[in-house]
Design a binder for this molecule. Structure first.
Ligand SMILES: Nc1nc2c(c(=O)[nH]1)N[C@H]1C(S)=C(S)[C@@H](COP(=O)(O)O)O[C@H]1N2
Ligand SMILES: [Mo]
Length: 313
């Protein structure tokens, strides 16, 4: 991944959380749930979502930064590429195939997934590159989807796959390919079933912009951002630890677990601190301490009892 360069965000760009939340409340009464935009349309549709006890009340990262400073290598490797190069991507029609070691394998249309009980999940997001954001996702627990397909006792892991569409994803064409496609990720089944793990279908109260993983992406807030795979077309329940794109690309630098851990440095930089995008404006530096499990230790540390977190990064 390229070396991190801080974006320039003025303090005035930051949306105070109370303003956003009161706007959300208004939209909750005004919007009649998900409005399907036409196929291929990038029109953002408002979403209705219930509050969640898992949401942080920290200052939100401005929507402008969340939607223009992205990692989505299918659209290019520069932070500005996904927003600039994803205009022709068609998130509709869409479906997600759920298969493998399950009693009831099936394909879910996106319309059906949008009708799940949606919640506001405002989470910290920590990229392995050393920056972080606070993003108000709209989504539902992955466990709610897994329940519907009835995982078998033999299932130990969940694997995820992003769409491959070179004709709409310029990062998948050309001579230089930074990663292998499809982008794949994975979780242990207990991580996948954890209540913090969500499938997000929106952010800031609207359907996901293409650059953030439209129409549906994973969010696992205690792990480095690359685990949160975008634009998912397939979810499989499997017995063995799944392949993951960044580990395949460089196993020494990017592990399967990738839990946020200030005590385990990346081979090329420290993970002890981070820069919260929007903090400190122009002279912003990576000065905020990084928290174990990205601040979600109370919720998730028990998943890793007895495991050597330094060896199993
Ligand atoms: N398919 C796919 N998913 C992906 C990526 C990617 O390049 N391709 N980048 C990951 C990385 S490194 C991060 S930090 C987050 C960024 O999510 P955001 O752009 O919505 O903040 O998406 C993750 N999911
Ligand atoms: Mo990342």
């Amino acid at each position: 991944m390229p070396v991190y360069r801080p974006p320039r965000i003025a303090a005035s760009d930051i949306t105070p959380r109370d303003i956003y939340m009161s706007r959300r409340k208004f939209m909750g009464t005004a919007a009649a749930g998900f409005v399907m935009a036409g196929a291929g349309s990038a029109l953002a549709a408002p979403l209705t979502a219930a509050p969640s006890r898992f949401s942080t009340d920290e200052t939100l990262t401005p929507k402008e930064a969340v939607t223009t400073y992205n990692n989505f290598y299918e659209f290019g490797t520069a932070k500005s590429d996904p927003a600039q190069n994803s205009g022709q991507f068609e998130p509709l029609p869409w479906s997600v195939k759920v298969d493998g070691m399950v009693g009831k394998p099936r394909e879910f249309g996106i319309e059906e997934l949008m009708k799940m009980q949606l919640e506001d999940r405002t989470y910290r997001m920590r990229c392995v590159e050393g920056w972080s954001m606070v993003i108000p996702w709209v989504g539902f627990p992955l466990s709610a989807l897994l329940d519907q397909v009835e995982p078998l006792g033999s299932a130990k892991y969940v694997s995820f796959e992003t769409v491959v569409r070179p004709e709409q994803m310029p990062g998948q064409t050309g001579f230089f390919q930074p990663l292998e496609w499809p982008y794949v990720e994975g979780l242990r089944l207990d991580e996948a079933r954890h209540p913090l793990t969500i499938l997000a279908v929106g952010l800031y109260g609207e359907t996901l912009p293409n650059q953030n993983g439209a129409p549906i992406r994973l969010v696992v807030p205690w792990k480095y951002g690359f685990k949160s795979i975008k634009s998912i077309v397939k979810i499989s329940l499997v017995e063995e630890q799944p392949q993951t794109t960044w580990k395949n690309s460089n196993a020494r630098e990017y592990g399967f677990y990738s839990n946020v851990n200030p005590a385990v440095d990346h081979p090329r930089w420290s993970q002890a601190t981070e820069q919260r995008i929007g903090d400190g404006g122009f002279f912003s530096v990576a000065n905020r301490p990084t928290l174990p499990f990205n601040g979600y230790a109370d919720e998730v540390a028990s998943l890793y009892e007895g495991m050597d977190l330094k060896a199993n990064f």
